[in-house]
Design a protein around this ligand. Structure first.
Ligand code: KG4
Ligand code: ZN
Length: 390
C-alpha cells in the first residue's frame, strides 16, 4: 500500500511517500520519498513558535515538499490532462483559508499528475490548531484529487511507532512484548503511556505544567541560548562533563521525585534556574555547568518516574519517543541504568533523525489506522484537534 503522509503540527513541515508491504504491525516499510522543511531559523527571533507565521510557512512549503518527495520516489509524471473547472472550484473551496496553497497546488497540477495512492495519513492533533488545519485541508485536497481514503493520525502515536521502527536493519517495526510503557517527551507533551497491546493506549502519567521540551526551551532562553533549547543545552552539558566542571553554585530541585505517582512537574525547575541566574550574565563555564545540572535533574526525574511505571505495570518493554529523546544524556542514562536494574526489559529509542517531528512516523501511524480508513466515511468530518489525546 502506497501512503502519502503529512505533518504540520508545529514548526516542521513534512511530506513522505512510504510503501507498506504487508499488514500492520508486521509490514515492511520502504521510504520512497521524503521532504522536510524546518522553520526553526524563522522562529528563533521569537524564542519559540510564532503560530501565524508557522501556518503561512506550512502553506508555502507543502506543495514543494510533495513535489520533492514524488520526484525522489520517481513518481513525478508530467500532466496528461488539466483539472476541470469544477475540480478547481472544489479545491479552492476546500483551501479557502489557505489561498496560496490552493494556487500552488493548482499550478502543480497544471504540470504534473498525482500517482495512485492507497492512503493519505495526516496529523490531526495534538499540536497547534491553526497549523494542523493546513495539513488536514491539504490532505483532503489530495484525497479529492486521487479518490484515496484519508486517515487522521495522532502525532504522539507517531512518536511511539518511530521509536520502534528499525530504519537501519530491516525497515520493520520491532516485535514488542507487552505490556509496554511509552515515555513521550516532546515540546508539547510529557506522558507515560501504558500499552497492553498494539494501538491500545492508556495514559498513566503526565506533566501538571510544562512539558520537558518546553522546559528545555524556556531554560535555554533564560540562559540566552537560541531556540530550540534542547540541543543547545545538550551540547553545553556535554562540554561540562568533558571538562569535569564543578556543580553550578545552586543545586537544582528534582520536582515530584518522591510524589508517589506517575506525574511530572517542570515549571518549578525552570523557576529555580531563573533564581539561580538572577539576572546576571553567566560565564561560559557557568552556562556549561548549569546546562549539565539541568539536564541531569530532568533525566533523574524522568528515569525515576519511568522506573516506577515499569515496575507498577510489570512492563517488558520501554519505548521512549518525542523530540527530547534525541538527548544523548537521556539515552546514555536510561540505557546504562536499565541494563543493570531491568535486564529483561527491552528499551527502544528512535533513530536520532526520527526523534524530532517528521512525516515518516505519520505514515507508520496512518498504516496502523489503515483498516479504519476503509470505513472512515465522510472526509468532511475530519477535523484538526489541537488537544487530541492518544
Ligand atoms: O517532538 P518534537 O520535535 O516536537 C513536538 O512534538 O513538540 O519536540 C521538540 C522538542 C523541543 O522542545 C526541543 O528543545 C526538544 O524537543 N529537543 C531536545 C533535543 N532535541 C530536541 N531536548 C533535549 N535534547 C535534545 N537533543
Ligand atoms: Zn513531536
Amino acid at each position: 500500500m502506497r501512503i502519502i503522509s503529512i505533518e504540520t503540527s508545529a514548526d516542521e513541515t513534512a511530506v513522505s511517500i512510504v510503501d507498506a508491504d504487508g499488514a500492520f504491525p508486521t509490514a515492511r516499510y520502504s521510504l520512497l520519498g521524503n521532504g522536510l522543511r524546518s522553520q526553526i531559523e524563522l522562529h528563533r527571533e521569537y524564542g519559540g513558535i510564532f503560530p501565524a507565521m508557522a501556518k503561512r510557512e506550512h502553506a508555502k512549503a507543502l506543495v514543494p515538499l510533495l513535489q520533492h518527495a514524488l520526484e525522489e520516489a520517481s513518481l513525478l509524471e508530467s500532466s496528461t490532462q488539466h483539472i476541470s473547472a469544477d475540480t478547481e472550484e472544489k479545491l479552492r473551496a476546500l483551501l479557502e483559508r489557505e489561498p496560496e496553497l490552493a494556487d500552488a497546488l493548482i499550478e502543480f497540477l497544471s504540470k504534473y499528475d498525482l500517482p495512485e495512492i492507497g492512503l493519505i495519513a495526516v496529523t490531526s492533533g495534538p499540536g497547534l490548531e491553526p497549523t494542523l488545519w493546513v495539513g488536514v485541508n491539504f490532505a483532503k485536497a489530495l484525497a479529492l484529487l486521487t479518490s484515496s481514503p484519508v486517515v487522521p493520525v495522532n502525532h504522539m502515536e507517531g512518536h511511539i511507532l518511530a521509536s520502534i521502527f528499525d530504519a537501519v536493519e530491516d525497515d520493520e517495526l520491532a516485535p514488542v512484548e507487552f505490556p509496554a510503557i511509552a515515555l513521550l517527551v516532546s515540546g508539547g507533551h510529557t506522558e507515560l503511556v501504558l500499552m497492553q497491546d498494539w494501538v491500545t493506549y492508556e495514559k498513566v502519567g503526565q506533566t501538571r505544567d510544562d512539558a520537558v521540551g518546553e522546559a528545555f526551551d524556556k531554560v535555554a532562553r533564560l540562559m540566552g541560548l537560541p531556540y530550540p533549547g534542547g540541543p543547545e543545552i545538550g551540547r553545553l552539558g556535554a562540554e561540562a562533563r568533558e571538562l569535569n566542571l564543578p556543580p553550578f553554585k545552586e543545586k537544582l530541585p528534582r520536582p515530584m521525585l518522591t510524589s508517589g505517582d506517575l506525574d511530572f512537574s517542570f515549571s518549578g525547575l525552570k523557576t529555580a534556574v531563573r533564581y539561580a541566574i538572577a539576572e546576571r550574565t553567566l560565564s561560559e563555564d557557568e552556562r556549561r555547568a548549569l546546562s549539565r545540572d539541568f539536564e541531569d535533574a530532568v533525566t533523574e526525574v524522568l528515569l525515576a518516574k519511568t522506573t516506577r511505571a515499569i515496575d507498577t505495570y510489570s512492563a517488558r518493554t520501554l519505548i521512549v519517543g518525542g523530540g527530547v529523546s534525541a538527548s544523548r544524556r537521556l539515552r546514555e542514562v536510561f540505557t546504562s541504568s536499565y541494563i543493570q536494574t531491568h535486564p529483561d526489559t527491552t528499551v527502544f529509542f528512535p533513530p536520532r533523525e526520527l526523534s524530532t517531528d517528521n512525516s515518516i512516523m505519520i505514515a507508520l501511524a496512518g498504516h496502523a489506522r489503515a483498516s479504519e480508513a476503509r470505513t472512515a466515511g465522510a472526509i468532511s468530518l475530519i477535523k484538526a484537534d489541537g488537544n487530541r489525546s492518544l
